[in-house]
Design a protein around this ligand. Structure first.
Ligand code: MSP
Length: 545
């Protein structure tokens, strides 16, 4: 179910456990959603309403224990760490519109309302539950998953425990057929494809009802940390159910209602089942429409090894700060998106790879091409964009049909964003940069400049007109490239567009595909300044990660 490019777009990230310190994994998901949100604004136009949400999940039992060890209340501890996450996302320049915390009343009150509605509809009932519980993840596993992992946690490897509880249950089984049908009829509902197949495979085992509460034990503070079941203070709503509702509670207000359903929930493979199965079934029970896409990327590993507490090898904020200080925030964002685990395969964070990509795509790519073209316009035309006099293609260079080339790149980037192929969309921008490089190599404007007859100060000679056409083609192609790259490189591309006097006009009602070639394109006579070097070449020895 694709959305129109102008309809309101709502994008979310997982809400992160406040017991963890932010690391590259959390930052990656948030930057992915940020880049997708920026593309949604760019593609849909300046008047398209876009809402991007991130936040923290604060009702895990572990929060109580850790807070106690530190002599804090659970909320004080959550406050500290929620601020860490907010700071981390600020470090990356994320453009979220709101930051939800599950300890906020605006969320808690709504969750109780949703649970009451589900009880009234008969989709929540009371019963006994016995199952394999993973204390490290606070979740029950099915018998087959528990067995498959030898009764240890698939995530941490710690032993599972058998638990029996009086519980409230959500009637998940009632929605099995409807969910299967939805997934089958909407190929884009779960992305990437491999994850969709995984979910469909697991659904063949059938769905049983799931517990959605935990008993509150007298004297055990942790058991009461969270949102209580409405009209039953003896039970607390299970943290996962509480957390999933954040996506709805945040926009369940008259002004934000237009954003429902989400365009995309961004998350990783570890929490796909909750998002692709339990959450949609709860939404169906509530009579809410389903998200357009649940997108589960794979994991970052580091220098070939899984990141873990025991190895102490997380790409944490300390490491991230070093990279950002040495190579810029935008370069780090670019690397995450261009090289990240956006499909089903894990991606390796390796220093040599970072430097290689930085140099080839940024320093020698967009950075070099724009400075080359800016310098030539400066040198040969006094920093004023020359007039191509309507020539869009040189007769002896039929392969370089610029309007067709830029249009194809934009069209293809838009199609890629739609399927969450963000690295593919960036590659379209970079592809234009590479094309400009080959055009310069094929036409050699620096040699042509030397052939301009002396005294041709008004640029009338054929050489001068050819040079004007070449540089104007290059500049316009690079303008489009920089727009396509701007969701990953917002600050650097904004700086470039400014030195080229072509900051997109946000007063235009829409900045659509057509506008990229029309109102916002470069005009002869515009100032194209040299500007600063966007990305200095890197040696790799600037930092010791
Ligand atoms: N609180 C739950 C989510 C509730 S959403 C309603 C949770 N939190 S978490 O802090 O553990 O975050 C998990 C998410 O962090 C993953 O789904 C992913 O988005 C991100 N990542 C954590 N480690 C990661 C990697 N190593 N690589 C990529 N992303 C990873 O689960």
């Amino acid at each position: 179910m694709a959305q129109s490019s102008q309809s309101p777009a709502y994008l979310t990230t997982p809400i992160y456990y406040v017991n963890d310190r932010p690391h590259i994994g959390h930052c990656y998901s948030t930057v992915v959603a940020d880049v997708a949100a920026r593309y949604a604004r760019l593609i849909g136009g300046t008047s398209r309403p876009v809402f991007f949400l991130t936040g923290t999940d604060e009702h895990a039992e572990k929060v109580v224990e850790t807070a106690r060890q530190r002599g804090l209340t659970p909320l004080q501890w959550a406050d500290l760490n929620a601020a860490e996450f907010a700071k981390a996302f600020e470090l990356f320049g994320c453009s979220h519109d709101d930051f939800i915390r599950t300890t906020q009343d605006r969320h808690k009150n709504k969750v109780q309302q949703y649970i009451t509605q589900l009880q009234e509809k008969g989709d929540i009932y009371q019963g006994d539950y016995t199952g394999w519980f993973d204390p490290s993840q606070e979740e029950y596993l099915t018998e087959s998953t528990a067995k498959e992992h030898n009764y240890t946690s698939p995530v941490t490897g710690k032993p599972l425990v058998k638990r029996t509880e009086k519980n409230y249950f959500f009637r998940l089984s009632r929605f099995e057929a409807a969910l299967k049908q939805h997934i089958e009829q909407n190929p884009g509902f779960i992305r990437p494809e491999a994850r969709r197949n995984e979910v469909l495979g697991r659904l063949r085992e059938g769905l049983s009802d799931v517990p959605i509460s935990r008993a509150v034990v007298a004297g055990d503070e942790a058991s009461a940390w969270g949102i209580l079941m409405p009209s039953d203070p003896g039970h607390r709503i299970y943290v996962w159910i509480d957390a999933l509702f954040n996506y709805l509670s945040t926009v369940d207000t008259p002004e934000r209602r237009q954003f429902w359903p989400p365009k995309v929930h961004v998350l990783a493979k570890d929490i796909l089942w909750f998002h692709a199965v339990i959450w949609p079934c709860m939404l169906m029970a509530l009579g809410q429409s389903l998200p357009h896409c649940v997108y589960a990327h794979a994991y970052w590993v580091r220098e070939g090894r899984k990141m873990s507490k025991s190895l102490g090898n997380f790409v944490d904020l300390e490491v991230i700060h070093k990279y950002i200080a040495a190579y810029s925030r935008d370069a780090f964002r670019y690397y995450l998106i261009a090289q990240g685990p956006q499909d089903a395969t894990d991606a390796d964070f390796a220093h040599t790879k970072f430097i290689e990509v930085y140099n080839s795509d940024l320093a020698n790519g967009i950075g070099n091409a724009t400075s080359r073209v800016g310098n030539m316009i400066d040198k040969y035309f006094g920093g004023i964009l020359p007039d191509a006099k309507g020539i869009t293609k040189l007769d002896d260079q039929p392969a370089f049909d610029w309007p067709a080339i830029t249009k194809a790149a934009v069209t293809s980037a838009i199609a890629k964003v739609e399927v969450m192929d963000l690295s593919g969309a960036l590659a379209e921008g970079l592809g234009l940069v590479r094309k400009v490089d080959s055009y310069i190599n094929a036409t050699e404007p620096f040699k042509l400049a030397k052939k301009i007859p002396a005294g041709d100060s008004s640029n009338q000679s054929p050489e001068s007109q050819r040079l004007a056409a070449i540089l104007s083609h290059c500049a316009e192609a690079l303008r489009v490239a920089s727009l396509l790259l701007s969701p990953a490189l917002p600050a650097k591309m904004a700086a470039l567009l400014e030195t080229w006097s072509c900051t997109p006009d946000t007063s235009l009602p829409l900045l659509t595909l057509a506008d990229w070639h029309g109102p916002s394109s470069l005009k002869p006579g515009q100032k194209v300044s040299k500007g600063e070097v966007l990305f200095m070449r890197a040696e790799g020895s600037e930092i010791t990660p």
